[in-house]
Design a protein around this ligand. Structure first.
Ligand code: TUI
Length: 315
């Protein structure tokens, strides 16, 4: 399947793995890239030298293209922005902010830059500044989210820009992927389904919570702080939302989540940990290798897209 994004990134399938904090380390990124998608290392809040090591490990595991996601709220963002240049990374995705100040240096280094955007205005501004594509991520996603849904955000951004658009938020199978193409996207970004992949280092407790999740099992904390984050409901989200409703301060709320994603991913703390996951968790029912996930997504998507002309045949 050839799209503007497979051509841009020199990948086999139009599937980009979300650059998830703590989750998207070298094992997952290499497995997705080996399977023909774009694996992405999530730099999150990691120090620059840790990210450098992760990049080198992916390079040892595969010659296929891969990317690094830079979380712009990270105190290490400036240094990580330099490390991707020094290490010859070909693709950078960004999240949780405006990557404008890094664009010149990244473009001069020949890096393909693909920011996550949550609004038409941001997509248009970044297109003008020279980014190669945008990821339109709706609020069905796990982790830090914007306001609009994927269904409304993707077509509005597709109409507003000429660069390729990658649809994200709520995509978990071939139906979601085909839907993104119908909305005008050139590829999809998938997070939650890769959290439960065999190659993902996420603790089994966390994976099992995603497998067991129902449609209504995620919640958004932090709306009052300006940093809304979607994760699976547990003791932490219940207490957080209660405190938030009582008008707790930013500092008090932040304290409740310090280290909580790390504790969920590495220690399997599903009670007090932060189980970031998208609303599509309810659809995800099995653990598979990245190769199986990508193969299944592509088989389902192409079968559905072939069926489209028949759907409109008049009897
Ligand atoms: O970045 C994400 N998802 C994330 S980052 C993250 S680490 C974290 N942990 C706890 C609290 C906060 C962060 C966990 N999940 N997704 C990409 C994304 N970017 N979603 C929404 C946006 C976004 C929002 C506003 C991008 C740009 C933007 O622009 C606002 C502005 O004007 O700067």
């Amino acid at each position: 399947m050839k799209t503007r994004v497979t051509e841009l990134l020199d990948i086999e399938y139009p599937i980009i793995q979300g650059g998830m904090a703590w989750v998207a380390e070298h094992n997952l990124a290499a497995a997705v890239s080996k399977a023909g998608g774009l694996g992405v290392i999530g730099a999150a809040n990691a120090p620059a030298e840790v990210v450098r090591k992760e990049i080198r490990q992916v390079k040892e595991m595969t010659d296929k293209p891969f990317g690094v996601n830079i979380m712009l709220l990270s105190p290490a963002a400036d240094e990580v922005a330099q490390v991707v240049i020094e290490e010859g990374v070909k693709v950078v995705t960004t999240g949780a902010g405006n990557p404008g100040k890094y664009l010149k240096a990244w473009k001069e280094a020949g890096i393909k830059v693909i920011p996550v955007v949550a609004s038409v205005a941001m997509a248009k501004m970044l297109e003008r500044e020279g980014v190669d594509a945008v990821i339109a991520e709706g609020c069905e996603s796990g982790g830090h989210i914007g306001d609009l849904t994927t269904m409304t955000l993707v077509p509005q951004i597709v109409d507003a820009v000429s660069i390729p658009v990658i649809g994200a938020g709520g995509v978990g199978d071939g139906r979601g992927m085909a839907a993104m193409f119908m909305l005008g996207a050139d590829a999809v970004q998938i997070g939650t389904r890769f959290v439960v992949a065999d190659e993902s280092i996420v603790h089994e407790n966390y994976k099992n919570k995603i497998i067991a999740a129902r449609d209504i099992d995620s919640a958004v904390t932090g709306r009052s702080t300006g940093h809304p984050v979607r994760s699976l409901r547990n003791k932490m989200t219940r207490e957080y939302l209660k405190k938030e409703a009582e008008g707790a301060s930013f500092e008090e709320l932040e304290l409740m989540t310090v280290g909580s994603l790390r504790n969920a991913v590495l220690d399997g703390d599903v009670v007090n940990g932060s189980l970031m996951a998208g609303q599509i968790a309810g659809l995800i029912s099995k653990k598979q290798s990245c190769q199986e996930i990508i193969h299944e997504l592509m088989t389902e998507t192409t079968a559905l897209m072939k069926k489209v002309p028949q759907m409109f045949e008049v009897c």
